[in-house]
Design a binder for this molecule. Structure first.
Ligand SMILES: [Zn+2]
Length: 67
């Protein structure tokens, strides 16, 4: 898995950028979480949007908030 850069935009929204791509800006997605329970809600990437998959972006957020 490549390097994921996480940045909390505001409560419930986290920008996830895959820095391992040549153009990281083309691979920036937003993962939304419940701002109370921090439960993962959705991601804007095609993986999740089209297949409702638990994608690597959500996994990165889960790992980051698992403290
Ligand atoms: Zn995703």
């Amino acid at each position: 898995m490549g390097t994921m850069c996480l940045r909390r935009r505001c409560p419930g929204l986290i920008d996830v950028t895959n820095e391992s791509h040549e153009n990281p800006a083309d691979h920036q997605y937003v993962v939304s979480i419940d701002d109370v329970t921090e439960e993962l809600m959705a991601c804007t990437c095609p993986h999740h949007v089209h297949r409702n998959a638990f994608c690597k972006h959500m996994a990165a957020v889960e790992n980051a908030t698992d403290d």
